[in-house]
Design a protein around this ligand. Structure first.
Ligand code: SDX
Length: 379
């Protein structure tokens, strides 16, 4: 390796040290501040997990109460953002979410000359605000009126309540809470990295999250969950899988919801989501959807398992979100609602021992120097 070696996509390059979370791609292990994700899903809640990621320890009862109070207060949206969402209710949800976060920043004078304490204060507010934005975007798209959060519901419960105007049943609230915990943080993924690049210039955390949402939107990253469910629906039934998936692979098309830059084994989040997907599709009479997904998994692992291609978080999440009444074009915004905790935690951590990101690129163009050619002499 010499000074001009290019690491395309920064593959394998370590850009920072972190204590927030760890992804063990060989063992298929996901850790938040030392806790295995399975342990947290079994015993914790998204509010607790969000506090853990940002503050580095599980909250005491009083810490959790004050944290929840801030989140609850923040999840009531300002009128200018409500007006924006309802005026643009037909826009693509992730684009509208990106715009709404940006408007929040434009309207917050703290963001203009940001201090370290403001960054954290705004970051925790956004943990409550972004899910409320996502729910309101769904509510507006479905023709409903704005719903204020209910103080007797969890953040997960309010996501469903502010989306539909109806208080959710316990099982739906639990499923929403688990989805939020599973998507909260995941190492130096593309959207987290873009938030670090933004905050490393000492810009404000609204800008960092606007960058992150824009990055998450791409189909190779957070946009895959929406496309994975559309693919499963397009295949339709197990007997179609060999032909459809085989055909796509022959054309070297990427199958959404499979493969990962770090996991070369089954994504532990996909394992948990698969269990919920099996349960909710059976309950909702959509068993064939799950059977088709299972068959796609079998075919993909048989063909590409030896290359380390397995289901990732995005393959089964769509069926679960669909069971909660979310339209597929809402799925990436749901991902953003949860990943706000990871983006905030890692942005605050990075900027506390900051170094502006400024990588190099290897110039392979014309060395010159070339003489200028007047326009009349150019052909
Ligand atoms: C997320 O980084 C994170 O942590 C992200 C995330 C998070 O929580 O933040 O986990 C969330 O973004 C999950 C990934 C969601 N994206 C998708 O499901 C889109 C489909 N997946 C692929 O685009 C791909 O797997 C990536 C982008 C996710 C990772 O690809 P890499 O590491 O850049 O690897 P690669 O594209 O160079 O592929 C290596 C080989 C290639 O074959 P060869 O050229 O060597 O013959 O594997 C093949 C690829 O063609 N391959 C696939 C495939 N993924 C990789 N072939 C078919 N279908 C796929 N999905």
């Amino acid at each position: 390796m010499d000074a001009n070696t290019v690491f395309k996509g920064l593959e394998g390059v370590i850009v920072s040290e972190t204590k927030v979370g760890f992804v063990d791609g060989e063992a298929g292990r996901l850790v938040y501040r030392g806790f295995n994700i399975e342990e947290l899903v079994q015993h914790s809640s998204y509010e607790e997990v969000s506090f853990l990621l940002i503050n580095g320890h599980l909250p005491t009862a009083s810490e959790l109460k004050s944290y929840r109070d801030v989140i609850m207060k923040s999840s009531s949206l300002p009128s200018e953002v409500i007006d924006l969402i309802w005026a643009h209710s037909n826009k693509y949800p992730t684009s509208l979410l990106r715009t709404a976060v940006s408007l929040l920043g434009a309207n917050d004078t703290r963001a203009d000359h940001i201090t370290d304490s403001d960054q954290k204060e705004i970051g925790v507010e956004l943990v409550g605000k972004v899910p409320a934005l996502v729910s309101s975007i769904r509510r507006a798209a479905e023709g409903g009126k704005y719903v204020k959060p209910s103080p007797d519901l969890s953040l997960a419960g309010n996501m469903l309540y502010q989306s539909t105007g109806k208080k959710p049943d316990k099982s739906s609230e639990r499923i929403m809470d688990v989805c939020l915990m599973l998507h909260a943080d995941h190492g130096s993924n593309a959207s987290t990295f873009s938030s670090l690049v933004t905050i490393s210039s000492l810009s404000d955390i609204y800008s960092a999250l606007t960058s992150a949402i824009g990055t998450l939107k791409g189909p190779l990253h957070g946009g895959a969950n929406e496309m994975a469910l559309k693919l499963i629906m397009e295949v339709g039934k197990p007997e179609n899988v060999e032909e459809v998936i085989g055909g796509k692979l022959e054309k070297k098309e990427k199958i959404m919801g499979f493969g990962h830059r770090v996991y070369k084994v089954y994504d532990p989040r996909a394992r948990i989501l698969k269990g919920f997907a099996r349960e909710v599709t059976a309950r909702n009479g959509k068993g064939q959807l799950f059977d088709t997904a299972q068959k796609i998994e079998d075919v993909m692992i048989s063909k590409l398992g030896t290359k380390g291609i397995f289901p990732n978080v995005d393959f089964y999440s769509g069926m679960v979100y669909d069971s909660l009444g979310f339209h597929p074009d809402m799925f990436t915004s749901l991902f953003a609602a949860s990943r706000t905790s990871g983006w905030v935690a890692r942005s605050l951590e990075y900027v506390s021992d900051n170094k502006l990101f400024r990588p190099r690129s290897s110039y392979v163009g014309e060395r010159g120097p070339l003489a200028y050619i007047p326009i009349e002499k150019r052909n």
